[in-house]
Write a protein that binds this ligand. Structure first.
Ligand SMILES: *Cc1c(COP(=O)(O)O)cnc(C)c1O
Length: 354
């Protein structure tokens, strides 16, 4: 078997959940959309089921997968439905859905509900992506509150800059939300990971913990607030070829690396088709047998090359691409993106949950 493995440490996941729940107070839902940010939604949900207050996914098919696997906790669909017919499935599977626009609202009101249902009504407080504008929100809330099938309304908004500690935009969004909701009944859910960790004024009835659950800081410019998080995914592969590159010789596609002196190099079973970023390739850190080393040459589809800097590093040596020693945030930063994207892109790796 090809030795590329994403090891998912479920006890770290549970510890992170407990830490975030304690930071937030009240209830905290675990955000496991996009296959739990690449960590395996069903396995993560099973690991958290006895402690999590509920789960959050993006859309119906993601929730169906969890119900099919026997997950019974509350599950919220962040995007809500795409067509009216999906409400029947929401009812059958006991799901909670976000309503974020007039079409979803009207279709919800017209559906003949046979069971009580919980809705999350989304306000746009400044992300300007989805949700009712404050001036339309009160009316939507009233329509739902008067509907006989609505068991509970959770008022929700989402922050666009909570990960930027020097910005006061989160405060601004929170103030708009609070003004609009002053006389509206129901629970409130504001905080994402960054809100949970750094903005205590956003801690309300239900927190929504995503990236931090996986042990990754949502903040680019600081590790403050995140000291207690433990990385959940470790991506490792093995060296399966070793050779010597002579001084002056160039390596791989585009010859973007040239040896300054003779050096041993290792060939690793992992490439961009596995989700490892192709840019910038050269100089990305890796961890080989207890020592930091680096990627050299361009990452190709199925393979990449690394510098070997100890005689013990040989065929069969295990190489950590990220996890405990190499931060996925650093890999993401170097390739001009965020950990969320890098984690979601992992594929073809053998996943192992411990
Ligand atoms: C993805 C998402 C979250 C989780 O965000 P993190 O930054 O990963 O904690 C919370 N709320 C909404 C609406 C989301 O789309």
């Amino acid at each position: 078997m090809r030795p590329l493995t994403a090891t998912i440490n479920l006890s770290h996941l549970k510890d992170n959940y407990q830490f975030l729940k304690q930071q937030h107070g009240g209830k905290t839902y675990a955000v496991i959309k996009a296959d739990a940010y690449g960590h395996g939604a069903v396995s993560c949900a099973r690991a958290l089921e006895s402690e999590a207050d509920g789960f959050i996914v993006a859309f119906l098919e993601e929730a169906q997968e969890l119900r099919a696997a026997g997950i019974e906790a509350d599950i919220v669909l962040l995007e809500g439905v795409f067509e009216a017919s999906e409400y029947a499935e929401i009812e059958r599977l006991n799901l909670s859905c976000v309503i974020q626009n007039e079409k979803q609202l009207q279709e919800f009101l017209q559906y003949s509900w046979k069971k009580p249902v919980c809705v999350w009504l989304k306000m746009d407080t400044g992300m300007r992506r989805a949700g009712f504008f404050p001036q339309d929100y009160v009316k939507a809330h009233q329509q739902l509150a008067q509907h006989s099938a609505v068991r509970e309304i959770v008022k929700i908004t989402h922050f666009s800059r909570a990960d930027e500690l020097s910005s006061d935009w989160t405060q601004h969004q929170t103030a708009i939300f609070d003004q609009t909701c002053a006389h509206l009944s129901g629970l409130t859910s504001l905080a994402n990971s960054a809100g949970i960790l750094a903005h205590s004024a956003t801690h309300r009835d239900i927190g929504r913990a995503g990236i931090a659950l996986y042990g990754i800081s949502p903040f680019e410019d600081t590790q403050d607030f995140s000291g207690n998080l433990k990385p959940v995914m470790t991506l490792t592969s093995q060296i399966f070829g070793v050779r010597t590159l002579r001084a002056g010789e160039s390596l791989g596609y585009g010859a973007i690396f040239t040896a300054q002196q003779d050096m041993r190099i290792g060939l690793l079973a992992c490439g961009y088709a596995d989700g490892y970023p192709r840019v910038p390739s050269n100089d990305n850190p890796v961890w080989i047998d207890g020592k930091q080393s680096r990627v050299i040459g361009r990452v190709s589809m199925d393979m990449m090359m690394v510098e070997l800097n100890a005689p013990t590093q040989n065929i069969g040596s295990s190489v950590e691409l990220w996890g405990e020693h190499i931060s996925v945030a650093e890999i993401a930063r170097r390739s001009g993106t965020i950990s969320y994207e890098v984690l979601c892109h992992v594929k073809r790796a053998h996943k192992q949950w411990i």
